[in-house]
Design a protein. Structure first.
Lengths: 113, 112
């Protein structure tokens, strides 16, 4: 009954290919977030969303697009994948507000060859 | 912009010893401070959060005090267990905001 799920859990892609990472949440939270996790950098925000139909740029949006077609789903899209995008990607959801707790999914490990 | 600096890892301790993970932050706004923990193969999960200066947060034997004057939020535990082996992230969320800024994480390995 995990509240935030991600698919796929592992992905191997080729340079220049298109990659879509999917996230689903059953928390009924308005806000959703995409992060990448790299050694030495911790977690960095790529894109986020306030609700269905909205997407906002985070701190490192270059090379990534996002889509929020519904309250439950939030996708991260790499139109032209590059090896520098090899990383672990986490999706999270939250109610919003400065005391907001974010609930994370289990992560997607992406390798771009 | 906002930033969080924390103890570089990995930190290796023996079971029963004490832990301190230093965390300092910079922000122009009045933040809420968080500690998240990430166990192997999982996403980060909230350990605890503190929205007000001079207050203490705690959970599972871990604690930290929001020190506004020193801009610090150090994580402490008196006696660690093998099950505490994980990566610990300090983070902040600015007042009237909800974007989290994370530190680089501190990996803790506790030997039995």
């Amino acid at each position: 009954e995990a509240a935030v799920t991600q698919s796929p859990r592992n992905k191997v892609a080729v340079t220049g290919g298109k990659v879509t990472l999917s996230c689903n949440q059953t928390n009924n939270h308005n806000n959703m977030y995409w992060y990448r996790q790299d050694t030495g950098h911790g977690l960095r925000l790529i894109h986020y969303s306030y609700g269905a139909g909205s997407t906002e740029k985070g701190d490192i949006p270059d090379g990534y697009k996002a889509s929020r077609p519904s309250q439950e789903n939030f996708s991260l899209i790499l139109e032209l994948a590059t090896p520098s995008q090899t990383s672990v990607y986490f999706c999270a959801s939250g109610e919003g507000g400065n005391q907001d707790t974010q609930y994370f999914g289990p992560g997607t490990r992406l390798l771009v060859l | 912009g906002d930033s969080v600096t924390q103890t570089e890892g990995p930190v290796t301790l023996s079971e029963g010893t004490s832990l301190t993970v230093n965390c300092s932050y910079e922000t122009k706004q009045y933040p809420t401070l968080f500690w998240y923990v990430q166990y192997p193969g999982e996403g980060p999960q909230l350990l605890f959060k503190v929205p007000k200066a001079n207050e203490k947060g705690s959970n599972r034997g871990f604690e930290a005090t929001y020190n506004k004057e020193a801009t610090s939020f150090h994580l402490q535990k008196a006696s660690v267990q093998e099950s505490d082996s994980a990566v610990y992230y300090c983070a902040l969320s600015p007042y009237m905001g909800y974007k989290l800024t994370f530190g680089t994480g501190t990996s803790l390995l506790v030997d039995p």
